[in-house]
Design a protein around this ligand. Structure first.
Ligand code: ZN
Length: 410
């Protein structure tokens, strides 16, 4: 994706300003002369910022403005180590709100909508972001927060909520509960705005069908404003993102080099207007790709694909990068194969051997299914594998969806 002159100017003056202060980036970029940043290629030589850098800066090492300008902090959950704290200025809070409003507008919300918000409040960025954007739009907010399904469903009926904001797993849980209780005719939802997790087409269809809603994927991460920096539109062909606030790059996670537009890689984000804690070339570990060309909706903001996985899930076999959503996708087009599989990589006799165990329906011809999957795998993903169909229920059910690829090579 081409960096505009304007984006380059903003980044240059941002770096110049950061270097004039005693802060995280004046240290990190101490060898960089902002005046030498003349082209996109110059920018691409700047070092990446890693989650570890942010953790090391705990608690307020990322703060890039004086204390009197900070009005709020948000924080990642910190379940896997030291949390990351992101300080916000008044203007940062305003910008976050405006971006979120833009998301709602892309999803077609109006001031007549009633928005039930189920993501968490508090240190978490999500709940308050969903709320502030909806209020700026003029819709009515029902600030439920997470959990308490009975109360959620009661409010949803009594207040006739028209929009549900949720994670995909909670949206599915609510959808199943509504079906189980037979209260579908008392639900008035029209749209679902679903954040943050990777979810397959099968799950998406189920939620949409059970709730009778159109679904929109919203993107964001705690380190960069939280959800609201991008959203899918009615055409469901990736997510538009706000390139006046954030600059996106997609790189090969192994080499750090940019991949050609349209190819899958790791999303790297540079903030353009953030004051409290700006980020330059931040490695998100989210896998996606640029969607090339104009969107049919007419919106001019560029697009990335919905998140295809995390770089940690990716394995490299025979020079080809493989990740779970590719296999999900390939299997979803094959009748007789279920969505459950395990992909094993072993190193034997000096080479890598891949075996895909797939649950298949009882009445299916296993030989034909094996051939079909082998062919599709070769065409879609690019390597030859061994396929072993197994019966439905034979593979262990795991709470964690990501444990489907087993790399036994090391
Ligand atoms: Zn669009």
């Amino acid at each position: 994706m081409k960096m505009s002159e304007q984006q380059l100017d903003i980044i240059r003056s941002q770096i110049k300003e950061l270097k004039s202060k005693d802060c995280f980036y004046s240290q990190k970029l101490k060898d960089v002369d902002p005046d030498s940043l003349r082209t996109q290629e110059d920018f691409e030589k700047l070092p990446f910022t890693w989650k570890g850098d942010l953790r090391n800066a705990y608690p307020l090492g990322l703060q890039a403005v004086p204390d009197e300008e900070i009005v709020r902090i948000h924080s990642s959950s910190g379940t896997t180590g030291t949390p990351v704290i992101i300080p916000y200025t008044k203007r940062d809070v305003e910008k976050k709100k405006k971006m979120f409003k833009r998301c709602y507008e892309i999803a077609g919300l109006t001031p007549l909508d009633r928005v039930q918000i189920t993501p968490g409040y508090g240190l978490w960025t999500a709940g308050i972001g969903f709320q502030a954007g909806a209020e700026l739009l003029g819709a009515m907010v029902i600030p439920m927060g997470p959990g308490n399904t009975d109360k959620q469903l009661q409010m949803m009926q009594d207040l006739r909520s028209t929009v549900l904001c949720a994670t995909s797993s909670y949206a599915l849980l609510l959808a199943e509960e509504i079906a189980k209780r037979g209260i579908g005719d008392k639900i008035f939802l029209k749209k679902g705005i679903i954040g943050s997790e990777r979810w397959g087409q099968k799950m998406r269809k189920r939620i949409a069908a059970e709730l009778g809603v159109s679904l929109y994927d919203i993107y964001g991460l705690t380190e960069v404003y939280g959800p609201g920096i991008g959203i899918s539109c009615d055409y469901e062909c990736g997510m538009h993102y706000w390139d006046d606030y954030v600059y996106f790059e997609i790189i090969n996670p192994k080499t750090g080099e940019l991949v050609p537009d349209g190819e899958i890689g790791e999303l790297v984000i540079t903030t353009l207007k953030k004051e409290g804690a700006p980020l330059i070339r931040y490695r998100t570990h989210d896998l996606t790709r640029f969607m090339v060309g104009d969107c049919k909706c007419g919106c001019k903001y560029p697009r990335i694909d919905t998140i295809l996985g995390r770089t940690d899930d990716m394995v490299k076999v025979k020079g080809v990068n493989i990740f779970p959503s590719q296999i999900d996708d390939m299997l979803s087009g094959i009748s007789g194969a279920s969505s459950e599989y395990q992909f094993m990589i072993d190193h034997m006799y000096g080479r890598d051997i891949c075996t895909l165990f797939v649950e298949s329906e009882a009445n299916v011809n296993k030989e034909l299914l094996t051939e079909e999957i082998q062919d599709r795998f070769k065409i879609k993903i690019g390597i030859s594998i061994t396929v072993k169909p197994v019966n439905i229920g034979d593979l262990p059910r795991s709470e964690k969806k990501s444990t489907r690829i087993f790399d036994n090579r090391y």
